[in-house]
Design a protein around this ligand. Structure first.
Ligand code: B12
Length: 233
């Protein structure tokens, strides 16, 4: 695992725990139908002053001129590493169908669903994501998953549910088309340029929020994805 951490560091990525999958966890079998013995989650975590993954990606962005530069960059980082470790690389993108990364994340580390649908981490808050998972045939020794209560359980005011300018979030879920319409309008500039206002309203790990260049990149990707779903450009 130490070697893995060293290989991930230049990309600003980190190993985010792992677990030994059960058949119900939806982890695809390896080539030849062999069951996965260990799944290790890989992702990025925001830091005050900037997300190290963003810094690494930004330096290589021009090498990936296609429509999904971060996904292409991620494959470029993870595929060789998986090969060298004798693992199979799985990715959160490329669906539908989507691999259940959020379900896997909850088995690997102390994250839990926030009212926004994003998983919240007790330290990183909402400022983290998953970029890949490494599937090993072997049942590797793993440290025990630390237990931690969800910060949302003791949050009385729930500012995340009060802050969206178009009330795209409520107890029933996330109205993504409503959110995207707002982002298309001039009034959406604040969410576009500084990241989702509801996400920023959460006090947990707030100092780790994305810097404007990273926020704009992700929000543009989200808006482009929503336009494609609508059949737009
Ligand atoms: C489709 C998708 C979307 C869709 C629809 C999401 C939706 N809520 O309907 C759209 C395009 C709208 C979207 C948007 C965004 N997404 Co998205 N998305 C996905 C994707 C590719 C698939 C999700 C899915 O359908 N999985 C299939 C199901 C079967 O998997 P599952 O893990 O078992 O699903 C469980 C969770 O979804 C969970 N769950 C989800 N919502 C809720 C809500 C509650 C209340 C509860 C209890 C549980 C819960 O319950 C499910 C059952 O176990 C995932 C990546 C992935 N492969 O998981 C990213 C992912 C969920 N998205 C992510 C992110 C960050 C975003 C954005 C914030 C990106 C951005 N712009 O910065 C935006 C949100 C826009 C905003 N306001 O900022 C991250 C979330 C990381 C985290 N901290 O949890 C993921 C995991 C991708 C990643 N690279 O890490 N997304």
């Amino acid at each position: 695992m130490l070697l893995l951490a060293e290989r991930l560091r230049p990309f600003g990525l980190v190993a985010r725990g792992g677990f030994h999958p059960a058949p119900a966890d939806g982890v695809p079998a390896l080539a030849g139908g062999r069951a996965v013995g260990t799944l290790v989650m890989i992702g990025n975590v925001g830091r005050a002053g900037g997300d190290p993954m963003w810094a690494a990606f930004a330096g290589e962005r021009s090498a990936h001129p296609g429509p999904d530069p971060m996904n292409a960059w991620t494959r470029g980082a993870i595929d060789p590493l998986a090969r060298d470790h004798g693992a199979c690389a799985l990715y959160p993108f490329g669906g539908p169908p989507h691999l259940p990364f959020q379900r896997w994340a909850m088995l690997a580390e102390p994250v839990s669903p926030s009212p926004l649908g994003l998983l919240i981490h007790p330290e990183y808050g909402l400022w983290h994501a998953y970029r890949a998972a490494l599937a090993f045939a072997e049942r590797l020794d793993l440290p025990a998953r630390p237990a931690a209560a969800s910060p949302c359980a003791s949050c009385v005011e729930k500012p995340c549910l009060e802050t969206c300018p178009v009330q795209a979030f409520d107890a029933k879920g996330y109205d993504a088309p409503r959110c995207a319409l707002h982002l298309d309008a001039p009034e959406g500039a604040d969410c576009m340029e500084r990241a989702c206002r509801a996400r920023r309203a959460c006090p947990v790990g707030a100092e780790r929020a994305q810097q404007p260049d990273q926020a704009l990149f992700h929000m543009r990707a989200f808006r482009r994805g929503m336009a494609l779903r609508r059949g737009g450009a």
